[in-house]
Design a protein around this ligand. Structure first.
Ligand code: DQA
Length: 150
């Protein structure tokens, strides 16, 4: 069993506006509310969790590059999901287990959201389940980390 697992949750552009931004898609909770829930959830499982947000593509790429192969990555890249070959390449080069999360069901929305540059280079995808997607992703990535290290 792998000890001291570390997970980084990376949130992309405009997710800092959760709570006021299109609540019909993203709910009423702020990113800070979600952060607190995730940290509490992870702490109960003895997992060290980092929860980050950036509106900047290069910062997101640096966070992916900084994760070690034993760390788990959970990423909601926001609109960069649909545009960023650079984030695709960073995840492809990364050896960390990774899960893609979206609060809203991107396949029920505009066509430009149906394409994800990330889905093909991550271990799994959790889409459309609101903020519970993050805690589901913590469980999923932890399981992959444990399996890889057992
Ligand atoms: C999102 C979906 C994206 O299409 C959008 O650009 C976001 C949020 C989601 O969590 O549902 O910023 O990633």
């Amino acid at each position: 069993m792998y000890s001291n697992p570390k997970i980084i949750i990376i949130n992309g552009p405009n997710l800092n506006l959760l709570g006021k931004r299109e609540p019909e898609y993203y709910g009423n909770r702020t990113l800070n509310d979600i952060k607190e829930s995730c940290i509490e959830y992870a702490a109960k499982k003895n997992i060290e969790l980092m929860f980050e947000q950036s509106n900047d593509e290069s910062t997101i790429i640096e966070m992916i590059q900084a994760a070690s192969e034993n760390d788990g990555i959970i990423i909601n890249a926001g609109a960069y999901t649909h545009t960023s070959i650079a984030i695709h390449d960073a995840l492809k080069s990364s050896k960390s287990p990774a899960i893609e999360v979206h609060l809203s069901n991107i396949h029920k929305r505009e066509e430009f959201r149906h394409k994800s540059y990330i889905s093909g280079v991550v271990d799994g995808i959790i889409i459309g389940l609101g903020d519970q997607g993050y805690t589901l992703a913590i469980d999923a990535v932890t399981k992959i980390m444990n399996e890889r290290n057992s």
